[in-house]
Write a protein that binds this ligand. Structure first.
Ligand code: SF4
Length: 222
């Protein structure tokens, strides 16, 4: 949930200003990368499903055990559901998440011989996988650019004046028009890094922010 909606910019910034802000943020976070731990495409897919409504840190705390016991789709599909629930419980919503990741693993076994498909259309047909999760997998594993409109990208896109849209799919559309295709995945991760480290949902640390002279919301959100 965004804080103090009335403080958000009522106009979008120019393309030049948007690119300048992102250039600065990319220099601030040159090593920005996916913070989920995984060894295979399957493991990234499952970790991303588990990351809904929680942090990557809490997902990383459970996936060590989860992937040790169930390293691939075949093993997870055959797992005892109660054991999966017990392992992933700290990530929250564990009943639904356990059912989703096991059903997803079964689909991968049945339809892709345990592999992970490479298109958004195929990925979003998997249980528990929406556009956001699909774009993470496509960008990180296959190098196919896409915007990951999670809570950070949603919040920052609005604060920085990149869009006035509220719906994640419409935000994705605005961002796709504003920035070149090949940069989408890297820019998503850069915004996520900035949202986690400085532009917090509550009380963004504008005094530490390298784009405070350009950001239309600077020092306006308390
Ligand atoms: S100036 Fe403040 S509101 Fe703007 S991006 Fe930086 S931290 Fe966020």
């Amino acid at each position: 949930m965004l804080t103090k909606l009335k403080s958000l910019p009522n106009k979008t910034v120019s393309r030049t200003a948007a690119h300048k802000m992102m250039d600065i943020l990319q220099k601030k976070y040159p090593d920005a990368d996916c913070e989920l731990k995984f060894k295979t495409p399957f493991q990234l897919l499952i970790a991303t499903i588990l990351s809904a409504q929680t942090t990557d840190v809490s997902v990383n705390k459970v996936t060590g055990t989860l992937f040790k016991e169930f390293p691939d789709a075949k093993a997870l599909a055959a797992a005892k559901l109660e054991r999966v629930k017990a392992i992933i419980k700290p990530t929250g919503y564990y009943n639904a998440k356990a059912a989703n990741i096991q059903a997803c693993a079964q689909q991968l076994v049945d339809q892709y011989d345990g592999g992970v498909p490479k298109t958004q259309e195929e990925l979003t047909k998997l249980r528990g996988v929406g556009r956001k999760t699909a774009n993470v997998v496509l960008g990180v594993i296959y190098g196919i650019p896409g915007w990951t409109v999670d809570t950070h990208v949603q919040r920052l896109s609005e604060r920085l004046g990149f869009t006035k849209e509220k719906d994640p799919i419409k935000i994705e559309g605005s961002l796709e028009k504003l920035f070149p295709n090949q940069d989408w995945s890297k820019l998503s991760i850069t915004l996520i890094f900035h949202g986690r480290r400085i532009c917090f949902a509550k009380k963004p640390a504008c005094h530490l922010c390298p784009i405070d002279k350009l950001c239309p919301s600077a020092y306006k959100i308390k």
